[in-house]
Write a protein that binds this ligand. Structure first.
Ligand code: PEP
Ligand code: MN
Length: 324
């Protein structure tokens, strides 16, 4: 993963050319050398920089921390009634808030099904400017009202720096959408609110870029960040995106930070949601975000992928049976 390592070598024992050959055999490429200091790039996934200490010409080995601030992020934290990072969490709700009635209806059902993390979009980022754009600030007030009514925590997307500041008082966890993962002004503004942040992976972003986005958040003061893998774009046309479950697990193993999946946007197919949720749970990930609608057929956005109420219940039962 392009991890760089700084090593100090003793060239009285062996010359630089021989060192380079040896390091290459061990999976490292010398990208920079300055006298006895070499900067190495890991080129083989299984290369272990710590093992370099065993070489007698190596005086010291030091990983180059590209993600210094990530260390400040919490591995576990409380969001509403959920202990993120400790128990498997389910965030559910409509793609977009469509009306007060729709929102309260869905929230009531989700509450009845034992959930306490509600999602709902207010300013939607749609591919087409002619598609439903969301109810804006009105929807934020509705989300706050419903959250207070059912003691739920709200997860909702913020779309630009000003919106992040305006929306933060209404919601409990600011979502950074896939299309905005590289928007550093937004990342900074969201982090400055000090609210928890759900950071979607850009659908064409590498894991390293995703980590750098989180690094922006952490540098700006965020301490509670959930990574959310929501599918990446591949050559496969039979699903909306390709859920990179392995990437999510890798990120979890590498950072120990909370990692969720969003199988709704990843697949665009409600029939694939429960199997992927079970896989995420079994793989040690920390939770899921799913879209739910009372009547997906008439949803104003993403109806094709939404779970209806009975299928949400089936999903939760399947999860329960995995837990015992
Ligand atoms: C969403 O969760 O509402 C959404 C738009 O997701 P994404 O940013 O992953 O496309
Ligand atoms: Mn959606």
């Amino acid at each position: 993963m392009n991890e760089q390592v700084k090593i100090l070598v003793d060239i009285s024992k062996i010359n630089l050319e021989q060192i380079e050959i040896l390091l290459e055999q061990l999976g490292f490429q010398v990208v920079h050398n300055h006298e006895e200091v070499l900067i190495l790039k890991q080129v083989q996934v299984n290369a272990d920089y710590k093992a370099l200490n065993r070489l007698d010409f190596v005086v010291s080995v030091e990983p180059m921390h590209q993600f210094k601030a990530l260390e400040y992020l919490k591995r576990t934290f409380t969001l509403g009634e959920s202990e993120i990072g400790k128990e498997f969490a389910v965030i559910a709700g409509p793609c977009a808030v469509e009306s007060r009635e729709q929102l309260f209806n869905i929230a009531h059902e989700i509450f009845q099904q034992g959930l306490s993390l509600l999602r709902g979009g207010t300013f939607k980022i749609r591919t087409s400017p002619y598609a439903f754009q969301g109810l804006g600030m009105d929807a934020l007030q509705m989300l706050r009202d419903v959250a207070d009514r059912y003691h739920m925590a709200i997860v909702s997307e913020v779309v630009d720096p000003q919106h992040a500041r305006l929306a933060a008082p209404y919601i409990d966890c600011l979502q950074i959408g896939s299309r905005n993962m590289h928007n550093t002004a937004l990342l900074r503004a969201a982090a400055a609110t000090r609210k928890p942040i759900l950071l979607k992976r850009g659908f064409a972003s590498t894991i390293e870029e995703w980590l750098y986005a989180a690094e922006y958040l952490a540098l700006e003061g965020a301490r509670e960040v959930i990574f959310c893998e929501r599918g990446i774009r591949t050559f496969e046309p039979s699903m909306r995106f390709t859920l990179d479950l392995a990437g999510a697990v890798l990120l979890k193993q590498r950072t120990g930070l909370p990692v969720f999946i969003d199988p709704s946007h990843a697949t665009g197919n409600p029939n694939l949601i429960t199997p992927l949720v079970l896989a995420a749970r079994a793989a040690g990930l920390d939770g899921v975000m799913v879209e739910v609608h009372e009547n997906p057929l008439v949803a104003l956005s993403d109806g094709a992928q939404a779970l209806d109420f009975p299928s949400l219940e089936d999903m939760l039962h399947a999860l329960d049976s995995l837990s015992v």
